[in-house]
Design a binder for this molecule. Structure first.
Ligand code: MN
Length: 143
C-alpha cells in the first residue's frame, strides 16, 4: 500500500507555526530569494523575531556587525552556512551561534518550510550588512 510522503513541515503553510507565522517579510524582501514571514516577538532589550521561510527561500549572504545572532530552530528543515565552510543542515531543536563579523546565510531546504527564532545579540552600534544572494548554482547542490 502506498503511503504519502510528507515533507517535514507541511503544517507550516497552514499557519501551524508555534510562535505565529506573522506577515510577509516585505521590508527585507530585497535581501531574500523567495518568500519569508516575520513575527516580531520582543523588543525588550533584545530583538527577538520568529522567521518562517517557504521551501527554497533563503537570505542573502550577510554579516551581523558588533552583535552576533542566535538562531533557535523551531520547525522544518533548513540550512546555515558560513563563508568558506560546508552548509550545515538544521532541524527543530538546533541552536546556531553566529559570531559577529562572520559572513553567512540561513534558510529553508528545497522541500520544506523552515522556521527559526532569531535573537539579535545586543551590542553598541550593531548593524547588518547585506551582501550577494545565494545563487541557484550554489543552493541547488544542497539536499
Ligand atoms: Mn544572520
Amino acid at each position: 500500500m502506498a503511503t504519502e510522503t510528507l515533507t517535514p513541515q507541511r503544517q507550516s503553510d497552514a499557519e501551524g507555526v508555534l510562535f505565529g507565522k506573522g506577515s510577509e517579510n516585505t521590508a527585507y524582501a530585497q535581501y531574500f530569494i523567495g518568500k519569508s514571514y516575520l513575527q516580531p516577538l520582543s523588543t525588550e532589550g533584545v530583538n527577538i523575531s520568529n522567521v518562517t521561510f517557504e521551501p527554497k527561500c533563503r537570505n542573502n549572504w550577510h554579516i551581523h556587525h558588533k552583535g552576533g545572532q542566535i538562531l533557535l530552530v523551531v520547525a522544518g528543515r533548513g540550512w546555515y552556512q558560513e563563508w568558506g565552510k560546508p552548509a550545515q543542515e538544521l532541524k527543530p531543536g538546533d541552536v546556531v551561534n553566529i559570531p559577529a563579523e562572520v559572513k553567512h546565510w540561513h534558510g529553508a531546504a528545497k522541500d520544506s518550510w523552515f522556521t527559526h527564532i532569531a535573537i539579535a545579540v545586543p551590542a553598541e552600534g550593531a548593524s547588518n550588512e547585506w551582501l550577494e544572494p545565494v545563487v541557484d548554482a550554489e543552493y541547488d547542490k544542497l539536499k
